[in-house]
Design a protein around this ligand. Structure first.
Ligand code: SAM
Length: 248
């Protein structure tokens, strides 16, 4: 049988495609893409002529069956999204799950992913992090989404849109207070790549300085709750008190 290759593609800079991604895209019979026109440009750049299949959120369940049939018939299919790693805030979950159930081998071809690219340059803790995906469109929904993140999960990483970023920064202040350290990573790997560090107010001031700064693609990262200096946390204190009470 054929396999399903999950192929990461660039998030801006076309040079970020791997040798293995190129050879995989050259070798498969089919390429399942979110937007076949958008992917068409990448394929043209790489002189790849495989046939494309449109796979997006609303037709994924249905299309998965025909992709699996192709694999079972001995053809191979590569799944790509418009940018970055498929399935990460992008289609593909249902297809990969159905492949697993049908016994079709799924082969990952790793490469760019905006959240990891942003995190590795942010200077925020990387030992633990929590990816929220896209922040919700309405302010109250966003606040609820942020407030639901438990303490102790490390750096919080969110995808957001240029149109909403200023409102989002206000919501972050509502939920985490005005002092929390934030990092906004914009247009990663592209000409106008910029990483801005500061509080919500400082980043808002930076955005407002030039309307162009409110455009483009962005990842927002929120530092973990600062630990009180040299002090033990409330939970640890409570636990210690309980233990002390039990001592003879
Ligand atoms: N699958 C992609 C990945 O691996 O990161 C994410 C796709 S999601 C539909 C698109 C969002 O990812 C954007 O709204 C933005 O938050 C983030 N993103 C993608 N490319 C980016 C870039 N070059 N710079 C900053 N953020 C980016």
């Amino acid at each position: 049988t054929g396999s399903l290759y999950v192929v990461a593609t660039p998030i801006g800079n076309l040079d970020d495609i791997s040798q293995r991604a190129i050879s995989t895209l050259q070798q498969v019979q089919w390429i399942a893409a979110e937007d076949t026109r958008h992917t068409g440009r990448l394929l043209q750049h790489l002189s790849i002529t495989a046939r494309t299949i449109a796979l997006h959120d609303h037709n994924e369940k249905h299309r998965a069956a025909s992709i699996i049939d192709k694999c079972l018939a001995g053809e191979s299919v590569a799944l790509v999204s418009d940018a970055g790693t498929p399935l990460i805030s992008d289609p593909g979950y249902s297809l990969v799950r159905q492949c697993r159930a049908a016994g079709v081998r799924v082969i990952p071809i790793p490469g760019p992913c905006a959240l990891i690219t942003a995190l590795c340059a942010a200077g925020l803790p990387t030992d633990k992090f929590h990816f929220i995906g896209f922040l919700l469109p309405k302010s109250l929904q966003r606040q609820a989404q942020l407030a639901a993140v438990p303490n102790g999960v490390g750096t919080i990483i969110c995808y957001d849109t240029a149109r909403r970023i200023k409102a989002t920064l206000q919501d972050v202040t509502e939920v985490f207070g005005p002092e929390r350290e934030l990092v906004l990573a914009k247009e990663l790997t592209k000409t106008f790549e910029h990483i801005e560090y500061g509080t919500a107010a400082q980043i808002t001031a930076w955005l407002e300085h030039d309307p162009q700064r409110c455009q483009g693609e962005m990842v927002l990262m929120i530092a973990p709750t600062p630990k009180p200096d040299g002090d033990v946390s409330e939970t640890v204190q409570k636990t210690l008190q309980l233990l002390l009470a039990e001592l003879p």
